[in-house]
Write a protein that binds this ligand. Structure first.
Ligand SMILES: Cc1ncc(COP(=O)(O)O)c(C=O)c1O
Length: 363
Protein backbone atom coordinates (compact mmCIF):
# COMPACT_ATOMS: atom_id res chain seq x y z
CA UNK A 1 0.00 0.00 0.00
CA UNK A 2 1.48 3.39 -0.98
CA UNK A 3 0.94 6.34 1.34
CA UNK A 4 -2.76 6.87 0.91
CA UNK A 5 -3.33 10.52 1.64
CA UNK A 6 -4.94 12.42 -1.23
CA UNK A 7 -7.18 15.40 -1.87
CA UNK A 8 -10.12 14.52 -4.11
CA UNK A 9 -11.31 17.55 -6.07
CA UNK A 10 -14.93 17.37 -7.17
CA UNK A 11 -15.41 19.62 -10.20
CA UNK A 12 -19.19 19.13 -10.31
CA UNK A 13 -19.42 20.58 -6.80
CA UNK A 14 -17.24 23.48 -7.95
CA UNK A 15 -19.55 24.25 -10.88
CA UNK A 16 -22.59 23.97 -8.65
CA UNK A 17 -21.06 26.55 -6.28
CA UNK A 18 -20.35 28.89 -9.19
CA UNK A 19 -24.00 28.54 -10.28
CA UNK A 20 -24.98 29.41 -6.72
CA UNK A 21 -22.93 32.62 -6.90
CA UNK A 22 -24.55 33.49 -10.23
CA UNK A 23 -28.02 32.75 -8.89
CA UNK A 24 -27.55 34.92 -5.78
CA UNK A 25 -25.81 37.77 -7.64
CA UNK A 26 -27.88 37.52 -10.77
CA UNK A 27 -26.92 39.84 -13.58
CA UNK A 28 -23.40 40.39 -12.17
CA UNK A 29 -20.20 39.36 -13.87
CA UNK A 30 -18.11 36.88 -11.91
CA UNK A 31 -14.40 37.15 -11.26
CA UNK A 32 -13.58 33.72 -9.79
CA UNK A 33 -10.80 34.03 -7.23
CA UNK A 34 -8.27 31.27 -7.85
CA UNK A 35 -5.16 32.67 -6.16
CA UNK A 36 -2.96 30.49 -3.94
CA UNK A 37 -3.36 27.55 -6.31
CA UNK A 38 -7.14 28.02 -6.19
CA UNK A 39 -7.15 27.89 -2.39
CA UNK A 40 -5.14 24.67 -2.57
CA UNK A 41 -7.38 22.94 -5.14
CA UNK A 42 -5.06 23.16 -8.17
CA UNK A 43 -5.49 26.41 -10.12
CA UNK A 44 -5.28 24.98 -13.61
CA UNK A 45 -7.94 22.27 -13.15
CA UNK A 46 -10.13 24.78 -11.38
CA UNK A 47 -9.75 27.44 -14.10
CA UNK A 48 -10.51 24.89 -16.82
CA UNK A 49 -13.60 23.69 -14.97
CA UNK A 50 -14.84 27.24 -14.33
CA UNK A 51 -15.42 27.94 -18.00
CA UNK A 52 -18.57 29.88 -17.03
CA UNK A 53 -16.60 32.48 -15.03
CA UNK A 54 -16.08 35.88 -16.69
CA UNK A 55 -12.55 36.32 -15.37
CA UNK A 56 -10.10 34.98 -12.80
CA UNK A 57 -8.38 36.72 -9.90
CA UNK A 58 -4.85 35.73 -8.85
CA UNK A 59 -2.21 37.15 -6.52
CA UNK A 60 0.75 37.57 -8.82
CA UNK A 61 2.10 37.56 -12.35
CA UNK A 62 3.65 34.12 -11.71
CA UNK A 63 0.24 32.66 -10.89
CA UNK A 64 -1.28 34.29 -13.98
CA UNK A 65 1.46 33.06 -16.31
CA UNK A 66 1.02 29.44 -15.26
CA UNK A 67 -2.61 29.70 -16.32
CA UNK A 68 -2.04 31.60 -19.58
CA UNK A 69 0.78 29.28 -20.67
CA UNK A 70 -1.50 26.31 -20.06
CA UNK A 71 -4.17 27.67 -22.36
CA UNK A 72 -6.42 29.79 -20.15
CA UNK A 73 -7.50 32.62 -22.46
CA UNK A 74 -10.07 34.34 -20.23
CA UNK A 75 -9.19 37.69 -18.57
CA UNK A 76 -6.95 37.29 -15.52
CA UNK A 77 -6.74 40.03 -12.89
CA UNK A 78 -3.63 40.51 -10.74
CA UNK A 79 -5.26 41.41 -7.43
CA UNK A 80 -2.19 43.17 -6.04
CA UNK A 81 -1.15 44.56 -9.42
CA UNK A 82 2.55 44.51 -10.25
CA UNK A 83 5.42 44.55 -7.77
CA UNK A 84 8.30 45.50 -10.13
CA UNK A 85 8.53 47.62 -13.27
CA UNK A 86 9.85 44.62 -15.30
CA UNK A 87 6.51 42.88 -14.95
CA UNK A 88 4.58 45.48 -16.92
CA UNK A 89 5.66 44.58 -20.49
CA UNK A 90 4.66 40.95 -19.84
CA UNK A 91 1.38 42.05 -18.26
CA UNK A 92 0.57 44.19 -21.32
CA UNK A 93 1.65 41.49 -23.78
CA UNK A 94 -0.44 38.79 -22.07
CA UNK A 95 -3.35 41.23 -21.64
CA UNK A 96 -3.54 40.66 -17.90
CA UNK A 97 -5.58 43.17 -15.93
CA UNK A 98 -4.07 44.90 -12.91
CA UNK A 99 -5.27 46.30 -9.63
CA UNK A 100 -3.63 49.66 -8.95
CA UNK A 101 -3.67 50.37 -5.25
CA UNK A 102 -0.63 52.55 -4.54
CA UNK A 103 0.96 55.72 -5.84
CA UNK A 104 4.25 53.89 -6.46
CA UNK A 105 2.46 51.77 -9.09
CA UNK A 106 0.86 54.83 -10.65
CA UNK A 107 4.22 56.57 -11.01
CA UNK A 108 5.67 53.53 -12.81
CA UNK A 109 2.64 53.26 -15.10
CA UNK A 110 3.14 56.88 -16.09
CA UNK A 111 6.76 56.34 -17.15
CA UNK A 112 6.90 53.03 -19.05
CA UNK A 113 6.27 52.35 -22.73
CA UNK A 114 3.98 49.38 -23.37
CA UNK A 115 2.82 47.53 -26.49
CA UNK A 116 -0.76 48.42 -25.61
CA UNK A 117 -2.69 49.90 -22.67
CA UNK A 118 -3.66 47.66 -19.75
CA UNK A 119 -7.04 47.31 -18.07
CA UNK A 120 -6.84 48.84 -14.57
CA UNK A 121 -8.94 48.13 -11.48
CA UNK A 122 -8.51 51.19 -9.28
CA UNK A 123 -8.63 50.07 -5.68
CA UNK A 124 -10.18 52.34 -3.08
CA UNK A 125 -9.63 51.90 0.63
CA UNK A 126 -13.17 52.24 1.97
CA UNK A 127 -12.22 51.11 5.48
CA UNK A 128 -10.35 47.79 5.33
CA UNK A 129 -7.06 49.69 5.61
CA UNK A 130 -5.00 47.11 3.79
CA UNK A 131 -4.67 48.07 0.11
CA UNK A 132 -6.16 50.99 -1.78
CA UNK A 133 -6.13 54.75 -2.24
CA UNK A 134 -7.64 56.83 0.52
CA UNK A 135 -10.89 58.66 -0.26
CA UNK A 136 -8.89 61.92 -0.15
CA UNK A 137 -6.55 60.81 -2.96
CA UNK A 138 -9.15 59.10 -5.12
CA UNK A 139 -10.11 61.96 -7.50
CA UNK A 140 -6.53 62.93 -8.33
CA UNK A 141 -5.55 59.29 -8.92
CA UNK A 142 -8.60 58.79 -11.15
CA UNK A 143 -7.62 61.86 -13.22
CA UNK A 144 -4.02 60.65 -13.57
CA UNK A 145 -5.17 57.21 -14.70
CA UNK A 146 -7.58 58.75 -17.23
CA UNK A 147 -4.67 60.78 -18.65
CA UNK A 148 -2.18 57.87 -18.64
CA UNK A 149 -1.43 56.49 -22.13
CA UNK A 150 -0.74 53.04 -20.71
CA UNK A 151 -4.18 52.68 -19.17
CA UNK A 152 -7.16 51.32 -21.09
CA UNK A 153 -10.08 53.79 -21.15
CA UNK A 154 -12.39 51.37 -19.35
CA UNK A 155 -11.07 51.89 -15.79
CA UNK A 156 -12.93 49.84 -13.15
CA UNK A 157 -13.38 50.62 -9.47
CA UNK A 158 -13.09 48.20 -6.60
CA UNK A 159 -12.85 47.97 -2.86
CA UNK A 160 -12.65 45.11 -0.35
CA UNK A 161 -14.86 44.42 2.66
CA UNK A 162 -13.31 44.01 6.10
CA UNK A 163 -16.17 42.55 8.16
CA UNK A 164 -18.73 41.11 5.75
CA UNK A 165 -18.42 37.68 7.39
CA UNK A 166 -20.27 39.11 10.39
CA UNK A 167 -23.84 39.94 9.33
CA UNK A 168 -24.44 42.00 12.46
CA UNK A 169 -21.48 44.31 11.83
CA UNK A 170 -22.46 47.70 10.41
CA UNK A 171 -18.96 48.32 9.05
CA UNK A 172 -20.04 46.85 5.68
CA UNK A 173 -22.78 49.46 5.27
CA UNK A 174 -20.31 52.21 6.21
CA UNK A 175 -17.84 50.93 3.60
CA UNK A 176 -20.57 50.76 0.98
CA UNK A 177 -21.73 54.33 1.70
CA UNK A 178 -18.20 55.68 1.55
CA UNK A 179 -17.46 53.83 -1.70
CA UNK A 180 -20.64 55.27 -3.28
CA UNK A 181 -19.87 58.76 -2.03
CA UNK A 182 -16.30 58.77 -3.29
CA UNK A 183 -17.12 57.74 -6.84
CA UNK A 184 -20.33 59.75 -7.23
CA UNK A 185 -20.72 60.94 -10.81
CA UNK A 186 -17.99 58.67 -12.17
CA UNK A 187 -19.07 56.23 -14.84
CA UNK A 188 -17.19 52.98 -14.27
CA UNK A 189 -17.88 49.32 -13.63
CA UNK A 190 -17.63 48.55 -9.91
CA UNK A 191 -16.80 45.58 -7.71
CA UNK A 192 -17.05 45.09 -3.96
CA UNK A 193 -18.41 41.68 -3.01
CA UNK A 194 -16.35 38.67 -1.93
CA UNK A 195 -18.22 35.48 -0.93
CA UNK A 196 -19.62 37.03 2.24
CA UNK A 197 -20.78 40.08 0.28
CA UNK A 198 -22.42 37.89 -2.36
CA UNK A 199 -24.27 35.70 0.12
CA UNK A 200 -25.01 38.19 2.87
CA UNK A 201 -25.02 41.74 1.51
CA UNK A 202 -27.01 42.12 -1.74
CA UNK A 203 -26.39 45.88 -1.86
CA UNK A 204 -22.69 45.18 -2.45
CA UNK A 205 -23.18 43.20 -5.66
CA UNK A 206 -22.62 46.06 -8.18
CA UNK A 207 -21.30 45.04 -11.66
CA UNK A 208 -18.73 42.38 -10.76
CA UNK A 209 -18.63 39.95 -7.83
CA UNK A 210 -15.46 38.20 -6.66
CA UNK A 211 -16.28 34.82 -5.07
CA UNK A 212 -13.46 32.86 -3.50
CA UNK A 213 -14.18 30.54 -0.58
CA UNK A 214 -17.79 29.87 -1.59
CA UNK A 215 -16.62 28.36 -4.90
CA UNK A 216 -14.73 25.75 -2.89
CA UNK A 217 -17.81 24.93 -0.83
CA UNK A 218 -16.94 26.46 2.53
CA UNK A 219 -18.92 29.09 4.40
CA UNK A 220 -17.67 32.66 4.67
CA UNK A 221 -19.79 33.18 7.80
CA UNK A 222 -19.06 32.33 11.42
CA UNK A 223 -22.58 31.13 12.18
CA UNK A 224 -23.94 29.62 8.95
CA UNK A 225 -22.77 26.32 7.56
CA UNK A 226 -21.90 25.69 3.94
CA UNK A 227 -24.85 23.27 3.77
CA UNK A 228 -27.26 25.97 4.94
CA UNK A 229 -25.91 28.16 2.14
CA UNK A 230 -26.40 25.35 -0.44
CA UNK A 231 -22.65 25.07 -1.07
CA UNK A 232 -21.01 21.73 -1.79
CA UNK A 233 -17.52 20.74 -0.61
CA UNK A 234 -15.04 20.59 -3.49
CA UNK A 235 -12.03 19.12 -1.69
CA UNK A 236 -12.20 15.89 0.29
CA UNK A 237 -8.95 15.23 2.12
CA UNK A 238 -8.77 11.53 2.77
CA UNK A 239 -6.36 8.77 3.73
CA UNK A 240 -6.40 5.28 5.23
CA UNK A 241 -5.80 3.49 8.50
CA UNK A 242 -2.28 2.05 8.59
CA UNK A 243 -2.57 0.43 12.02
CA UNK A 244 -5.26 -0.62 14.49
CA UNK A 245 -3.90 -1.26 17.99
CA UNK A 246 -5.39 -2.24 21.35
CA UNK A 247 -4.33 -0.32 24.50
CA UNK A 248 -5.12 -0.67 28.18
CA UNK A 249 -6.89 1.91 30.31
CA UNK A 250 -4.38 4.63 31.34
CA UNK A 251 -1.89 4.04 28.51
CA UNK A 252 -0.90 7.29 26.79
CA UNK A 253 -0.99 7.95 23.06
CA UNK A 254 1.52 9.87 20.91
CA UNK A 255 4.10 12.63 21.53
CA UNK A 256 4.23 14.00 25.04
CA UNK A 257 1.83 11.28 26.22
CA UNK A 258 -0.71 14.07 26.10
CA UNK A 259 -3.80 11.84 25.87
CA UNK A 260 -4.54 8.70 27.88
CA UNK A 261 -7.00 5.92 27.19
CA UNK A 262 -10.02 6.18 29.54
CA UNK A 263 -10.61 2.40 29.19
CA UNK A 264 -9.22 -0.58 27.28
CA UNK A 265 -9.77 0.41 23.66
CA UNK A 266 -8.75 0.35 19.99
CA UNK A 267 -6.75 3.24 18.57
CA UNK A 268 -6.24 3.71 14.83
CA UNK A 269 -3.30 5.35 13.10
CA UNK A 270 -4.10 7.36 9.96
CA UNK A 271 -1.51 8.28 7.33
CA UNK A 272 -1.95 12.05 7.45
CA UNK A 273 -0.21 14.69 9.53
CA UNK A 274 0.89 18.30 9.62
CA UNK A 275 3.39 17.50 6.86
CA UNK A 276 0.33 17.08 4.65
CA UNK A 277 -1.42 20.20 5.89
CA UNK A 278 -3.57 18.60 8.59
CA UNK A 279 -3.52 21.21 11.37
CA UNK A 280 -1.13 20.40 14.21
CA UNK A 281 -3.34 22.35 16.60
CA UNK A 282 -6.45 20.27 15.95
CA UNK A 283 -7.91 19.65 19.41
CA UNK A 284 -8.43 16.20 20.90
CA UNK A 285 -11.90 15.18 19.79
CA UNK A 286 -11.64 16.73 16.32
CA UNK A 287 -13.89 14.52 14.15
CA UNK A 288 -12.79 12.29 11.28
CA UNK A 289 -14.91 9.83 9.28
CA UNK A 290 -13.85 6.18 9.31
CA UNK A 291 -15.85 4.17 6.78
CA UNK A 292 -18.39 6.99 6.98
CA UNK A 293 -18.68 6.89 10.83
CA UNK A 294 -17.51 9.70 13.05
CA UNK A 295 -14.47 9.02 15.23
CA UNK A 296 -12.31 11.38 17.29
CA UNK A 297 -8.72 12.53 17.10
CA UNK A 298 -6.65 11.53 20.14
CA UNK A 299 -3.06 12.48 20.98
CA UNK A 300 -0.98 15.13 19.27
CA UNK A 301 -0.90 15.41 15.50
CA UNK A 302 2.48 14.20 14.16
CA UNK A 303 4.13 15.09 10.86
CA UNK A 304 2.87 12.03 8.96
CA UNK A 305 0.26 10.45 11.24
CA UNK A 306 -2.67 11.04 13.52
CA UNK A 307 -4.25 8.67 16.02
CA UNK A 308 -7.97 8.19 16.44
CA UNK A 309 -10.30 6.69 19.00
CA UNK A 310 -12.02 3.74 17.29
CA UNK A 311 -14.58 2.98 19.98
CA UNK A 312 -17.39 4.40 17.84
CA UNK A 313 -16.54 2.38 14.71
CA UNK A 314 -17.51 -1.24 14.12
CA UNK A 315 -15.47 -3.87 12.23
CA UNK A 316 -12.59 -1.56 11.57
CA UNK A 317 -9.36 -2.75 9.95
CA UNK A 318 -6.10 -1.59 8.42
CA UNK A 319 -6.71 -0.08 4.98
CA UNK A 320 -10.12 1.38 5.83
CA UNK A 321 -10.79 4.83 4.43
CA UNK A 322 -10.66 7.96 6.56
CA UNK A 323 -12.01 11.39 5.59
CA UNK A 324 -10.30 14.31 7.30
CA UNK A 325 -12.61 16.95 5.77
CA UNK A 326 -14.86 17.32 2.77
CA UNK A 327 -17.75 15.03 1.84
CA UNK A 328 -19.79 14.45 5.01
CA UNK A 329 -17.40 16.43 7.22
CA UNK A 330 -17.35 20.20 6.60
CA UNK A 331 -13.91 21.78 6.53
CA UNK A 332 -15.39 24.66 8.57
CA UNK A 333 -15.97 22.22 11.44
CA UNK A 334 -12.36 21.07 11.40
CA UNK A 335 -11.16 24.68 11.15
CA UNK A 336 -13.09 25.52 14.33
CA UNK A 337 -11.50 22.57 16.16
CA UNK A 338 -8.07 23.89 15.14
CA UNK A 339 -8.94 27.52 15.95
CA UNK A 340 -8.42 28.63 12.37
CA UNK A 341 -10.49 29.22 9.23
CA UNK A 342 -11.27 26.97 6.28
CA UNK A 343 -9.18 29.21 4.00
CA UNK A 344 -6.01 28.33 5.91
CA UNK A 345 -6.69 24.59 5.94
CA UNK A 346 -7.49 24.45 2.22
CA UNK A 347 -4.52 26.61 1.15
CA UNK A 348 -2.25 24.67 3.49
CA UNK A 349 -2.60 21.24 1.86
CA UNK A 350 1.02 20.32 1.19
CA UNK A 351 2.51 19.78 -2.28
CA UNK A 352 3.21 16.12 -1.37
CA UNK A 353 -0.53 15.42 -1.24
CA UNK A 354 -1.69 14.33 -4.71
CA UNK A 355 -4.83 15.96 -6.09
CA UNK A 356 -7.24 13.50 -7.62
CA UNK A 357 -9.58 15.31 -9.97
CA UNK A 358 -13.10 13.88 -10.12
CA UNK A 359 -15.47 15.16 -12.80
CA UNK A 360 -18.95 13.67 -13.16
CA UNK A 361 -19.22 15.43 -16.53
CA UNK A 362 -16.70 12.90 -17.89
CA UNK A 363 -18.67 9.85 -16.70
C1 LIG B 1 -9.51 41.34 -3.45
C2 LIG B 1 -10.20 40.06 -3.13
N1 LIG B 1 -11.41 39.83 -3.63
C3 LIG B 1 -12.08 38.69 -3.37
C4 LIG B 1 -11.53 37.72 -2.56
C5 LIG B 1 -12.32 36.46 -2.28
O1 LIG B 1 -12.66 36.41 -0.92
P1 LIG B 1 -13.50 35.18 -0.33
O2 LIG B 1 -12.61 34.00 -0.46
O3 LIG B 1 -13.75 35.55 1.09
O4 LIG B 1 -14.72 35.08 -1.17
C6 LIG B 1 -10.27 37.92 -2.01
C7 LIG B 1 -9.69 36.91 -1.13
O5 LIG B 1 -8.98 37.13 -0.21
C8 LIG B 1 -9.59 39.13 -2.30
O6 LIG B 1 -8.37 39.37 -1.79
Amino acid sequence: MTRAVQARINLSALRSNLSRAREVASGCKVMAIIKANAYGHGALHIAKALDQADSFGVASLEEALVLRRSGIVRPIVLLEGFFEIDELPVIAYERFEIVVHHVSQLEILETVTLVHPVVVWLKIDSGMHRLGFSPKLFRSVWERLVQCKNVDGDIRLMTHLACADDLANTKTIQQLKLFDLINKGIRAKKSIANSAGILGWPSTHMDWVRPGIMLYGASPFIDQSAGQLSLKPVMTLCSRLIAVNQYKKGESIGYGGAWSCPEDMAVGVVAVGYGDGYPRHAAFGTPVLVNGCRAKLVGRVSMDMIMIDLRSVKNVKVGDSVVLWGDGLPVDEIAKCAETISYELLCGVAPRVPLQIVDDRNN
